[in-house]
Design a binder for this molecule. Structure first.
Ligand code: ADP
Length: 604
């Protein structure tokens, strides 16, 4: 029996998981690389933004940097410083400043005397006019009075607008007579910042946020302030508050990039949410993990395929082995059977040879037995006529001595008859012993029957046997030999006449025939005594006779039987229900043929 296929094993998910665990560390470098890449990307982007912003800011400031010095040379302004109480001069100065402000885009310009009092201002006609106000507490005033360019950031105490102040001294020859201040609006530089996730942070020299895209970070200190700084803040009031609150930023949440602006002592920073990088890295990691998963699945699939393939090859190999075993077993069985058959055949052949030998011996014994019986009969049959012939011959001699030639002739005639009888006995014996080798031919039945009847006609008439013929008009053609058929018919008719001799008149002989099933049946019936039971059983055996030795040899029916078999026909013996014998001759139907001259040797 072929071994059952083992069910295909499931892929080893556990080993796959193990593989995944081993491969997972590969994701760390990927994470690191992705993080670095995106951080650098972001940094380069932010650097550009920062450069742009700084350039913009510095550009704005530079535009106004030299303005106070230039304006300080204007005669209209100097006139005010020379005579502050002259209303016309003040009005002219105010108008001039306002005009310049409108043309340059500065927020405000004003002129102070050496005490810090504002004499003229571009916003002279506004509600929050600087005219009459004193800004001596601002550092830019002191700077300018010291002959340097005053720079200062601060929220306007009046306007509450953040601005950058440039201040320069106005000189009359070498003497400082006043200070001209230009305030640049910085609020708008903050609004330039779009609504991006990145945040802007601009801190001054105190580390306090002065410009930012996040209003809640404004004016908060990014580092701890020193006592001196705190005092200075209170003194010069650059911020709306006198004690800036600390700005606490979660360093992990932001990626910052900072640039110093030397001219102003500020620092500009861009704070990008770390989330931006994290999100991209997460995407990369997801793709990486997905790829890894797909690779693992593919590996699993390949492993499964490979295992299936190995299993199948294994199964086929086992099947083949099984088949080979079976074939070998079968071959061994067959060889055993063959040997047994050979020995059986040998035994059978030996037995057959034994049987043939035994049969030969039997036949030989039978032949000897028949020969014995036959030789007894023959010698008996032939001795009688021989004795008669001798006595007739001796008698004839005596008769001839006495000149009784007529009587002697009679004796000679009797001798002739006796020799005829002896010849007949010998002829019968030859017929019995002969093996007919002639092929059957087409023979017409009725003419053969007529011939046989003609030979017995004299005897029949003498016995007054009535012949009742019931034969078809059409010729019945049978497979036979002309002479052999006549011999058979003659024998049977002679037997019928023999039987009828034992009966008183009326003696009858019926002849009828029919053709059916490819055979011709000839019925010969007499109303004699019929067959005795013993005769029915043994009549066909050679030398069986119920007649006296002179009448019968017991060879007639035996010869008829043998001839009929040779012709492929049959002889059946029976008694008619109404008494008498009924003999049936069964012969094969033959194709109609010409009634040829007898081809068989009549002497045979
Ligand atoms: P035989 O005629 O020399 O006796 P057969 O072989 O011809 O030898 O016949 C054998 C026996 O069959 C006969 O002795 C006879 O008893 C029986 N027999 C044959 N024909 C008839 C017949 N028509 N009626 C009765 N008995 C017959």
């Amino acid at each position: 029996m072929i071994a059952k296929p083992t069910p295909p094993r499931r892929p080893r998910w556990r080993s796959l998981a193990l593989l995944a665990l081993c491969l997972a560390p590969l994701l760390w470098p990927l994470h690191h690389l992705a993080e670095r890449y995106y951080q650098e990307e972001l940094a380069s982007q932010n650097r550009q933004t920062l450069d742009l912003y700084v350039a913009n800011l510095l550009g704005t400031l530079h535009r106004y940097e030299t303005l106070p010095q230039i304006l300080g040379d204007l005669p209209a302004l100097r006139g005010v410083l020379a005579d502050p109480l002259r209303l016309e001069a003040v009005t002219n100065a105010n108008r001039l400043l306002k005009d310049i402000v409108q043309k340059t885009g500065a927020e405000v310009m004003y002129l102070m005397d050496v005490s810090g009092n504002t004499l003229a201002a571009s916003n002279w006609d506004k509600r929050d006019s600087f005219v009459g106000r004193n800004f001596a507490f601002r550092p830019y005033f002191n700077e300018a009075m010291a002959g340097r360019l005053g720079r200062f950031f601060g929220q306007g105490t009046t306007s509450a607008k953040r601005g950058y102040f440039f201040a320069a001294a106005v000189r009359d020859r070498e003497r400082i007579v006043g200070v001209l201040v230009v305030k640049v609006d910085l609020d708008h530089t903050e609004t330039l910042w779009g609504r991006t996730p990145e945040q802007l942070l601009l801190t001054d020299h105190n580390g306090v946020v002065i410009l930012t895209s996040r209003p809640d970070w404004r004016f908060r200190a990014t580092r701890a302030l020193t006592e001196a700084e705190r005092q200075a803040i209170i003194a010069i009031q650059p911020y709306p508050t006198q004690a800036p609150q600390p700005l606490v930023l979660n360093q992990d949440a932001w990626i910052s990039q900072t640039r110093d602006i030397k001219e102003t002592g500020w620092q500009v920073s861009i704070l990008a949410p770390r989330m931006l990088v994290d999100r991209s890295v997460q995407t990369v990691m997801a793709i990486g993990a997905g790829t890894l998963l797909v690779l693992m699945l593919l590996a699993g699939l390949v492993m499964q395929r490979r295992r299936h393939y190995i299993d199948r090859i294994d199964f086929e190999a086992r099947g083949r082995q099984e088949l080979e075993n079976r074939v070998a077993e079968r071959t061994a069985d067959l060889e055993g059977l063959n040997t047994r058959l050979k020995s059986a055949v040998l035994e059978r052949e030996n037995a057959q040879q034994e049987a043939v030998r035994a049969q030969d011996e039997l036949v030989q014994a039978g032949k000897l037995s028949v020969l014995g019986t036959m030789s007894a009969s023959i010698s008996h049959e032939l001795n009688q006529p021989l004795a008669a012939i001798r006595s007739y011959a001796e008698n004839a001699e005596i008769l001839l001595d006495h000149q009784r030639t007529e009587d002697a002739r009679g004796n000679l005639k009797l001798i002739g008859e006796l020799t005829g009888r002896m010849a007949s006995i010998i002829a019968h014996l030859r017929a019995f012993a002969r093996r007919d080798r002639h092929a059957p031919e087409s023979v017409a039945l009725q003419p053969a029957l007529d011939d046989a009847l003609a030979l017995l006609a004299k005897r029949r008439r003498a016995m007054a046997v009535e012949l009742i013929r019931d034969l078809p008009e059409a010729t019945l053609w049978v497979q036979a030999g002309e002479t052999r058929l006549r011999q058979v018919l003659g024998n049977l008719l002679a037997n019928a006449l023999d039987a009828l001799t034992e009966k008183a008149n009326p003696r009858r002989l019926w002849l009828s025939a029919e053709q059916r099933d490819g055979c011709v049946y000839l019925y010969i019936r007499d109303n004699g005594p019929g067959f005795s039971r013993q005769a029915l059983e043994h009549a066909k055996e050679p030398f069986f006779t119920t007649k006296t030795r002179t009448q019968g040899l017991g060879l007639g029916l035996a010869i008829c039987e043998s001839l009929m078999r040779a012709l492929g026909g049959e002889l059946l013996l029976a008694n008619h229900p109404e008494g008498g014998a009924l003999l049936t001759l069964q012969l094969r139907v033959a194709a109609p043929g010409a009634t040829l001259p007898n081809s068989e040797d009549p002497s045979a």
